[in-house]
Design a protein around this ligand. Structure first.
Ligand code: ASP
Length: 357
């Protein structure tokens, strides 16, 4: 597919030895304007970016902007969009040193998680960022997020990228992409990562948290995965959940996997009907992945009797994984392999830093 690209005239323009960054604009608040007809925010033509961020001219690396054919509000993101973004990174991997993805905040953590699975053996930065206020507004957070994400993406030490992984930069913190969650819709600090330390903190200087950044490795080539299986669901437990609902959900045609959002350290009701529904689903080949409703801490299925029962019937523990990483990991694993047993085996493993094992 041919995309609209434009090279920004930065201070390193035409210097063949400087770092080159590809910025991919997918949509989101950062690039939105108020449309008086629909009385809502809609994506604007990204060519206007230089009017809003003239600072881009002062960057000391080469910058190319690629705009998706139809920039979208990230609430409309689908797995096909994640595959498209992953393919753009893959196709441009040799030509550019780093990638910045401008994305809506609503589903940014899902996209970051999906990209971490789709881009196997990644050795260059893929930094997602966005904003809570559109770039044209005086008090916007877009400018700082955008410029700092670009600075981080272009950072190298001894010729090696500092962040060779998928990350989210937002409001002074760089987080591992598949550990992040959108936690705030009003304040500027939209993202947090309760179970993994930040990768960098930004103030006057950018302080990298080196022990927690994935090691730089180039021994294996980048591999692109282009299959994600959408026959998966998230089921959040609540006191009073009805057997009928669970029964119908578990008997949905084509259903392959469920991310079960449980209480606390991975606990669920111990009523017979509930465990029986789960057991029957597992026996039919549905994979059930236990993820806690708590943002911090981890699933330990053996701690309480209510959790132990899940373990006994074959529910897989999600340890400290986020729901966003869990659902995309399931889509990725079922996209690669249809055997429930092999999917279960891989779900328990840490694939790209998404969970502690
Ligand atoms: N609805 C917007 C989106 O996710 C919100 C944002 O960008 O912050 O695309």
């Amino acid at each position: 597919m041919a995309y609209k690209t434009s090279k920004i005239n930065t201070s390193s323009f035409k210097n063949s030895r400087s770092t080159s960054v590809l910025m991919i604009y997918t949509g989101g608040t950062l690039g939105m304007v108020y449309d008086s007809k629909s009385k809502s925010l809609v994506p604007f033509d990204f060519d206007e970016i230089l009017t809003n961020v003239p600072e881009l001219h002062r960057l000391e690396f080469e910058l190319t902007i690629l705009t998706l054919d139809k920039p979208i509000d990230s609430s409309n993101m689908r797995p096909a969009n994640w595959i498209e973004i992953a393919r753009i990174v893959y196709d441009n991997f040799e030509e550019f040193d780093a990638f910045v993805i401008l994305h809506g905040t609503d589903t940014m953590a899902y996209t970051a998680s999906a990209l971490s699975f789709l881009l196997e053996n990644l050795s260059k930065p893929v930094i997602l960022t966005g904003a809570q206020l559109p770039i044209g507004i005086a008090r916007t957070d877009a400018r700082e997020n955008l410029i700092t994400a670009l600075e981080i993406a272009s950072a190298k030490i001894n010729g090696r990228p500092v962040i060779p992984e998928v990350a989210i930069y937002f409001n002074s913190f760089l987080l591992r992409g598949n550990r992040a969650k959108k936690k705030e819709s009003s304040q500027f600090n939209a993202f947090r990562s309760e179970n993994y330390p930040y990768l960098a903190e930004v103030g006057v200087t950018i302080d990298y948290n080196f022990p927690f950044i994935r090691p730089y490795r180039t021994d294996l080539p980048l591999q692109l995965h282009e299959h994600l299986d959408e026959n998966v669901m998230i089921l959040k437990l609540f006191p009073g959940i009805h057997q009928n609902m669970i029964h119908n959900l578990f008997h949905t045609n084509g259903l392959k996997g469920i991310v079960l959002e449980t209480y606390g350290a991975g606990n669920a009701p111990s009523e017979d009907w509930f465990l029986e529904e789960l057991k029957q689903a597992i026996e039919k080949g549905v994979v059930i992945f236990n993820v806690s409703q708590c943002d911090g801490g981890r699933v330990l299925q053996g701690t309480y009797q209510t959790g132990r029962k899940l373990q006994e019937i074959g529910v897989i523990s999600g340890s400290d994984i986020t729901t966003e990483a869990a659902i995309t990991k399931m889509m990725y694993l079922f996209g690669k392999d249809t055997s429930p047993e092999r999917v279960k085996f891989s779900l328990e493993k840490d694939i790209c830093g998404e969970m502690s094992v």
